[in-house]
Structures are given as C-alpha cells and as structure tokens.
Design a binder for this molecule. Sequence first.
Ligand code: NDP
Ligand code: HSE
Length: 436
Amino acid sequence: MKPVKIGILGLGTVGGGAAVVLQRNAAEIARRAGREIIITRASASDLTKSRLCDTSKMVMTQSGFDIINDPEIDIIIETIGGAGIVKEMVMQAIENGKHVVTANKSLIALHGNEIFAKASEKGVIVAFEAAVAGGIPIIKAIREGLSGNQIEWLAGIINGTGNFILTEMRDKGRDFADVLAEAQALGYAEADPTFDVEGIDAGHKLTILASIAFGIPLQFDKVYTEGITKITRTDVEYAEQLGYRIKSLGIARKTAKGIELRVHPTLIPERRLIANVNGVMNAVLVKGDAVGATLYYGAGAGAEPTGSAVVADVIDVVRALTSDPENRVPHLAFQANALANIPVLASGDFETAYYLRLNAEDKSGVLADVTRILADCDISIEAILQKPPANNETIVPIILLTQVTQEHKLTAAIAKIEQLNTVSGKVNRIRLETLG
Ligand code: NDP
Ligand code: HSE
C-alpha cells in the first residue's frame, strides 16, 4: 500500500518532537497503522534554523498554504499555535479534504465548534489529543474509555509550566521570574507565557475537557480563570502546616444547577496523589458514575511527550482513512446533534471550601468578630490557625478553613471582615477542594 504522506505546519518544540517520534519509531508505527507514514513537507518561519528532527527528506517552505494546497499530502499536522492565519490554514486544509492533527488548544477552545462542523461536512477528522495535558491520552480516555459513564466531575493539573513554577518555588525557594524563564527555555511555555501563569492555557484545556465529558459545546468565554501570580510563600507554608498543598487546578463539575468551569489555585489535601504531582507533570482526575474516580498522569509539555500524543492521533487517522465518516468517534465525544445546552454557572454559584488568611490586631474579641460574620453569612468553619505575633508586632495572621459554601456568601463575608477596624488589609482567599 502507498505510504501516507504528512505535511507539518510548524517545526518547533511540538512539530519537531512529533517528527522525531515518527522518524525514530517508523517501523513500529507502520506495524500499528498498517501503512508507512512519511513526512514529505514542513513549514517554519526561519528556514536556516536547526531542527530537532531530520529534515533531509522534507521539502521545507515558509508558507503553510504550499503544504495545505499540495494534493499529495494526506494529513496535516498543525503545530504553529495561535489562531488568525492558523485558523485560516486549518479551515483551508479541511476544505481541501485533508485530515488535521493539532496540538493547538486555543484554536480548538475558541474555534472548535466551527472547525468540527466544517470537518463533519467534509468528512474529515480533526484530532487534538496533544492539545490537553501533553503526552497523557486524556482525550481518548474520556471520549472512548469512559464513554459508558455519566461524568460527574473532573479536576486536573493541566498546565505544565505553572506546575513547574509552583514546584520549583516551593521546593527550592526559587524566584517566579527565574523559573518561568527556565520553562520558556525548555520549550514548555506558550508563545505568550501569561497564558500559562494567568490560567488562560488551562482554561482552554478545561473548555475541551468539559465539552467531551459533558457533551456541551466549547465555550471558553464562560470559564472562570485565576492565575498563580498572587500565590505567596506565606500561603504555601501555612497550607503545608494545615496538611495541604497549593496547586493550580482546572475543575469542571456538573451540579443540579449547571456546570462549574473554573481554573484557580487550590488547596488539596497532601495525601491525595494529585497533590504530589510535581514539575512539568500533569494529572487529571475524572469521576464517572460507573467507574468511580480514575487518575491519569504524565508529562504535560515538552517535545517528545507532546509528540507522542500527536503521533497517536496520526495513527488513529491513518487507521480510519478507509472508514465511513458516519461511523467515526465524534469529535467532541457526543454526536454533534446531541450536544446539550446545560448552563455554565457564574462564579458566585460555585460551591467549594476556602482557605482565608487575614491580618488582625492581637487583642481579645477580634476572632469572635470574624467568626460571627462567617456564621451570619451561613459559613461553617473547619479549622482555625492563629500564629503568635512576630517580635513586638501587634498584628497577627489568622488562617481559617471553611466548610463548603457558595462563593457569593463567602464574598459577602470577606467584604464585612475587611471593614472591621481590627483587621488590616485584604483577606487572602484560596479555594480548597478535598477531591474525595
Ligand atoms: P514553537 O514556537 O516551538 O513552534 C512553532 C513553530 O511554528 C516554529 O517552528 C515556527 O517557526 C513556526 N511558525 C511560526 N509562525 C509560522 C507561520 N506563520 N508559518 C509557518 N510556520 C510558522 O511552539 P510549540 O511547538 O511550543 O507550540 C506549538 C503548538 O503546540 C501551540 O499551539 C502550543 O500551544 C501547543 N502545545 C505546546 C506544547 C509544548 O510543550 N510546547 C505542548 C502541547 C501543546 P520557527 O521555528 O522558524 O520559528
Ligand atoms: N504551555 C503549556 C503547558 C504546554 O505548560 O502546559 C502544554 O500544553
């Protein structure tokens, strides 16, 4: 049988990593796919740069459209990133009847509904395993492995750069900016690294996970995102004293009222496996009604781990080349005409527990005032930690853990606590999940 011909758009960290894997494991991959798979064309901005892979048998170009419009190419791998011109390239590739494999989570999260509609119309596959959690086959696990379940919730460390930064800061006391620069040098970070540290990249990934878990359209604009830039060493240390780790989690939960979609720093009990996922590693917990809790772990970024996911998608596409488009796994796990219009909840309706840190005068009655406000707002306290004043300070830190409550109640309570004359500055609030 004729080899399948691949064109890669973008030969950087992920495109280069995917090409390395395809080249090194070519024989094993052909045995799995049933056909030889060869990369005949690739695009990049700078044709003089050295590449991770062997480019001697590839025709290189600066224009992705040269590849998309080449009738010899069967499958396009898109690893440039971003939308704009890249969306145009993907839409044109689909229009030309080519299957597309992409690692581009922002493209899928923001334009996936339109892209998948076009792909279905043209009978082609758009595969995106590498877009979420790097090398972990989480899309396949949820879309196929758990397809008999009603997914109740999922929670994951889904940004490798952010987790790498938090781990290095906690374990080695390194500076935020210094660790971020290392993550960029290692090829983990997004072209705009604020996407990593402000929760936007994780928000894109959560959008995709929620869609395939609950059968809802992709809707990134409804995801609540909060970054890791405001996490302080003080909070990391107090959390540890109380038996918790702080991780940035993406959480999607189905409730009776609607779906919570949120990315934020989260206290997690240190005994949970996911609390011990460090460095660039990612992990995703998925709770199904039949299977119970399942956990998926692996490298969340980097050339070959992400390349592994890209190549798995290429093999899936090759295996499906001769299949009837009607009988393929739906792009978003559920049949396109069966997506549900379940409301996504506003942040005030989130239900979670909280860690609160406030600075208060070291005198009697202050703690009573704070606990009274919480009680009046219908918030129960789980634990209190009051630290002795440092040197001759008259202000002491008070740390409180609440039980699960609604976010709007907590917000109201914080506003009242901050008005107390005995409390100075802002109350620092971090959400807490037991993930039980
Ligand atoms: P890189 O910056 O390493 O690679 C981008 C590639 O695209 C480069 O080869 C660049 O050329 C090329 N390029 C840029 N603009 C154009 C253009 N207009 N036409 C043709 N080629 C172009 O990015 P990554 O590999 O890190 O990321 C690629 C995608 O994969 C992004 O969507 C990212 O979010 C996603 N991703 C990244 C992961 C990672 O670990 N890095 C993991 C999972 C997903 P040149 O090399 O000459 O500059
Ligand atoms: N910048 C992303 C991360 C790449 O650090 O997780 C993988 O999607």
